[in-house]
Design a protein around this ligand. Structure first.
Ligand code: ADP
Ligand code: MG
Length: 215
């Protein structure tokens, strides 16, 4: 006998808790699937640990997913951020962690309901990365994907437009010369490679778009 199952808060992306659980699941899955690629990118212009760092962080988020998803939306983002800061070595953990913490502080108890509202949270996240990383757009980092994505959201972008903006912005990191992070030690030799943190940012944006399209 088949019955219509009642909405399950852990999988139904239309509830706040379900949305957070779905975001964690989708993000962790794409990071795990691209772990080797992320480390390979980091091997070219860094120290080869980006896939490991990100996978470790998102495994920690998966382990804490029930606890995080039970919180109001803003608090859930903050807890996810502190989890990344605590669990991930390397620059990317504290940077993505600070980004989530700032987005959480900028958010109320309810999940954003429009692209413009998501843009406001992402703007807070970007400011936190700039401040913690003493960095800005153009330094060949995660900011070079996150900022164009915020622009696409602000102009009312559909998920298709947001995905496209992320993909184009990622590709635009290839010719850049890194001036922040380990890749900056390579100077002009950092050109010709995608930035690993920009790649993981694009993967996370893609995963978030998939969840948004389902809800
Ligand atoms: P680490 O560089 O400590 O080994 P990861 O390899 O995990 O850390 O992360 C590297 C990524 O972090 C880079 O590809 C870049 O996108 C991002 N990053 C590094 N330093 C900064 C910074 N100062 N500001 C913004 N992003 C940065
Ligand atoms: Mg590294």
């Amino acid at each position: 006998m088949t019955t219509d199952a009642p909405p399950d808060a852990t999988t139904d992306a239309t509830t706040g808790a379900g949305l957070v659980a779905a975001l964690i699941e989708a993000a962790a899955a794409t990071i795990a699937a691209h772990r080797d690629e992320l480390s390979e990118l980091d091997r070219a212009i860094g120290d080869g640990d980006h896939g490991h760092n990100m996978a470790r962080g998102f495994e920690a988020l998966t382990a804490a997913a029930d606890e995080i998803a039970a919180l109001p939306f803003g608090k859930a983002l903050q807890k996810a951020g502190t989890t990344l800061v605590m669990k991930v070595g390397g620059a990317s953990g504290p940077l993505f962690g600070s980004a989530l913490m700032a987005a959480g502080k900028a958010s109320g108890d309810d999940a954003p309901r429009s692209a413009a509202e998501v843009a406001t949270l992402l703007d807070a996240a970007i400011d936190a990365v700039k401040s913690r990383g003493k960095s800005d757009v153009g330094a060949k980092t995660m900011l070079d994907v996150l900022a164009p994505v915020a622009d696409a959201l602000r102009t009312g972008g559909t998920t298709a437009a947001v995905r496209e903006a992320a993909a184009a912005a990622l590709e635009a990191t290839r010719p850049m010369i890194a001036t922040k992070g380990r890749a900056a030690f390579l100077g002009e030799r950092s050109a010709g490679h995608l930035d690993p943190g920009a790649r993981s940012s694009a993967l996370l944006v893609d995963a978030a778009c998939t969840v948004a399209e389902r809800s």
